[in-house]
Design a protein around this ligand. Sequence first.
Ligand SMILES: [Zn+2]
Ligand SMILES: [Zn+2]
Length: 143
Amino acid sequence: MEFKNCKRCKAVFTGGGDLCLKCREEENNSFVKVRDYVLSNPHSDLKTVAEETNVDEKLILGFLREKRIRVTDGLEGSLKCEKCHKPINTGRLCEDCRKQFLSVIKKYPVENSIEENVESDIVHKTGSHVRNHENATLSRGRR
Ligand SMILES: [Zn+2]
Ligand SMILES: [Zn+2]
């Protein structure tokens, strides 16, 4: 079983997602409140929605990013591209930055192995030859 720390309250829990059962329930309640409010008041801006529903602005932006609620007239522009801060309607990046991001990924499909190389480099510099030596002794002993 995998133990995780809840992203919100840091409690230890098991199961899927980033949140413990209690926080997930709370977030769901918040989500329903926000969704209902936005549906009946489609021209409210982020601040009003947050005040009226008692839900944190950040959480509301999270719902927008996860595409759980649609951007209404009032909420338009409250979500910003994480790179160039241009207003977007959903997701994390604007169309331009997304394209750029995708082309970068295509150029470096072996991103993980680059990270691994860097890591082993660091290990090397912090005296892993001692550990390697131990390993060598161990495997020799096993034979
Ligand atoms: Zn929690
Ligand atoms: Zn952008």
